[in-house]
Design a protein around this ligand. Structure first.
Ligand code: CA
Length: 216
C-alpha cells in the first residue's frame, strides 16, 4: 500500500512517514500544497493523509480539485477540534479526519479502515484458499499456521488480496508497493512474488502472461 502524506510541519512529516514505513507502507511526502496536489493527481495512492493548513494550496482546495478527478481515500489532519472544520471536510469529500495532536495508533486504524472500505471489504480478516490475512494485526496464517513474511511480501499479499479476482499489472503493483525514492534492489517484484509463492503455495498468485498477476 502506498500512502501520500501532505504536511508542512517538518517534524510531524518526518515522524509520520517513519511510522507509516515501519507499518509496512510505501510512503511519499509533500511539504506544501502544490506539490501535494501534483503527486495526488499523478500517482494512484491507496490513501492520502492531508493536512488542512498548508502553504501555497490548502488542504480544502487540494481536496476540492482532487475530488473532480479521483476517489482516493483522504484522511484530513485538522488542527483544532472545531465541528465547523469537520463538517467542511466531510462536505468537501474527505473520507475521515483526525484532530491534532492525534494518537498514531488511531491514525493507523483509520487509514486501514479507509483502505478496506475503498476495496469494499468490511472486516479486517480476508480468507483465500486456506490463507488467512489479518489486516489489523498484519499477520498471515497458511493452513492454520503463522507465516513469516517480510514487510514487502506482506504488502504484496495484502494489496492483491484486497483486489482479489482482478488482474493487477506489474505497473500497478510497482505503483502501490514502492515509493518514489525506492532503490532498485528492494523493488525486484518477481523476487517478492516468488517468495510469497514459496510461503503460501505456488498457486496462491497466478501469472497472467502479458497482463500481470492475480489471486483467483
Ligand atoms: Ca499545517
Amino acid at each position: 500500500m502506498r500512502i501520500l502524506i501532505v504536511e508542512d510541519e517538518p517534524d510531524l512529516l518526518q515522524a509520520l512517514s517513519r511510522a507509516l514505513r515501519d507499518e509496512g507502507y510505501a510512503v511519499d511526502t509533500a511539504a506544501e500544497g502544490e506539490d501535494g496536489f501534483y503527486k495526488a493527481e499523478t500517482y494512484d495512492y491507496d490513501a492520502i493523509v492531508l493536512d488542512v493548513m498548508l502553504p501555497k494550496l490548502d488542504g480544502w482546495e487540494i481536496l476540492r480539485r482532487l475530488r473532480k478527478i479521483k476517489k482516493t481515500p483522504v484522511l484530513m489532519l485538522t488542527a483544532k477540534d472545531q465541528s465547523r472544520d469537520r463538517v467542511k471536510g466531510l462536505d468537501t469529500g474527505a473520507d475521515d479526519y483526525v484532530v491534532k495532536p492525534f494518537d498514531l495508533n488511531e491514525l493507523f486504524a483509520r487509514l486501514r479502515a479507509l483502505i478496506r472500505r475503498s476495496a469494499n471489504k468490511t472486516t479486517n480478516v480476508i480468507e483465500i484458499n486456506g490463507v488467512k490475512i489479518d489486516t489489523a494485526a498484519r499477520n498471515v496464517l497458511h493452513a492454520g499456521k503463522p507465516v513469516e513474511l517480510t514487510a514487502r511480501e506482506y504488502a504484496l499479499v495484502e494489496f492483491m488480496a484486497l483486489h482479489r479476482g482482478e488482474v493487477i499489472t506489474r505497473t500497478a503493483l510497482y505503483e502501490h508497493l514502492f515509493d518514489e525514492d525506492d532503490s532498485t534492489l528492494s523493488n525486484l517484484l518477481d523476487v517478492h512474488v516468488s517468495n510469497v509463492r514459496k510461503k503460501l503455495g505456488a498457486e496462491f498468485i497466478t501469472t497472467r502472461r502479458g497482463h500481470g498477476y492475480c489471486i483467483e
